[in-house]
Design a protein around this ligand. Structure first.
Ligand code: ZN
Ligand code: ZN
Length: 347
């Protein structure tokens, strides 16, 4: 099969022929039909992710068709159109058995712990637990675009934040995760406040449903600005960026008994921010983490997409080939693509 392959971190990947995968006993081989380009793939290629062994094939946001099944697979057959959460579960630990494979104790991630989807074919283990059947109404590129950003936002807003119609939602950071959260919040009937440093992103946030847009570079106190704009603070707030200051603003702009959801990763020096726990106690605030989304919750999201309530396809940018994806991947730190780039030609 053709695959985007690298033997050393930071050196230009090549599109070459590598051996076709075969299915594990409880797994499948998928023929990849569309796969998203994500900054996490750039970090992986640069050597920032300790899960990646060399040589490697990246890619973790995808749609595909089941090409071969292992003998233990019961729920899927050759020809099924599917996608997979970016955190896959083992299916047998306590978390997987209780429906929470997004925090599986033995989780694995195609494109990181295993070879990924920048290839014609990809093997995936524990298929019965991890595959999600795609309805006909959802095309391959849209399914691939759900990958990590949109599905992660769905869980953060709907399941962790428990956002309801008529409530206020604040979204700090209007990149892929933030814009998805704004669209999902609006679809639930909430009022959304978008916060970012870029006027361009704030304009995009407005077009996707934010009713208030706050440029944080123009405010002396972002949390006060959000509380003023919302009559006392928001019910749910999300740090979609992952920075001590956005995290703190997201907690302090809550109204009493509000819910903060941390989605943006806090890495290195940012991993242990100082948080206003005095306020968390006095106002009975709730603080959640959110990490991907389990496969069985995709049905609720896919139903909203099928009904047209959610339109993640609005976040898709360019469609490119596997060969064109090489320079696109290498340039991800220098050029902010507008929208999610989809690879759907494997040449
Ligand atoms: Zn991703
Ligand atoms: Zn597990």
């Amino acid at each position: 099969m053709k695959a985007m392959f690298y033997e050393r971190f930071g050196e230009a990947p090549e599109v070459i022929e590598v051996p076709d995968p075969s299915p594990p006993p409880a797994g499948v081989v998928l023929r990849i039909t569309a796969t998203g380009l994500c900054r996490s793939d750039w970090h992986g290629w640069m050597g920032h992710d300790p899960d990646i062994g060399l040589p490697h094939v990246p890619g973790h946001e995808f749609a595909g068709v089941v090409e071969a099944v292992g003998p233990e697979v019961k729920r899927f057959k050759v020809g099924d159109r599917v996608t997979v959460p970016f955190v896959s579960g083992c299916g047998h630990c306590f978390e997987c058995k209780s429906g929470n494979s997004q925090v599986c104790e033995e989780q694995f991630q195609p494109g990181f712990t295993h070879w990924g989807s920048y290839a014609e074919f990809m093997a995936l283990d524990y298929a019965d637990h991890n595959l999600v059947k795609l309805p006909d109404a959802i095309d391959d590129a849209t399914a691939a675009s759900l990958g990590c950003r949109f599905a992660t936002s769905f869980r953060a807003v709907v399941d962790q934040g428990r956002l309801k119609g008529g409530e206020w939602l604040a979204v700090h950071g209007c990149g892929g995760v933030g814009l998805s959260a704004i669209m999902i919040g609006k679809a639930l009937g909430a009022n959304v406040v978008a916060v970012d440093i870029s006027e361009e992103k704030l304009a995009l946030a407005r077009s996707l449903g934010a009713s208030v847009a706050i440029n944080s570079t123009r405010e002396t106190d972002v949390a006060v600005a959000v509380r003023d704009a919302t009559g006392g603070g928001v019910h749910v707030s999300i740090d979609a960026l992952g920075h001590p200051s956005t995290c703190c603003n997201s907690i302090v702009n809550l109204r009493r008994r509000g819910r903060h959801v941390q989605v943006g990763l806090m890495l290195a020096d940012h991993a242990t921010p100082q948080l206003p726990m005095d306020r968390v106690i006095a106002h009975e605030l709730e603080i959640y983490g959110s990490h991907g989304m389990q496969s069985w919750r995709y049905d609720a999201m896919l139903a909203m997409i099928g009904a047209g309530t959610l339109k993640p396809q609005q976040l898709i940018g360019r469609h490119i080939s596997l060969t064109e994806a090489v320079p696109a991947l290498m340039a991800m730190d220098r050029f902010a693509e507008s929208g999610i780039t989809i690879i759907d030609r494997f040449e």
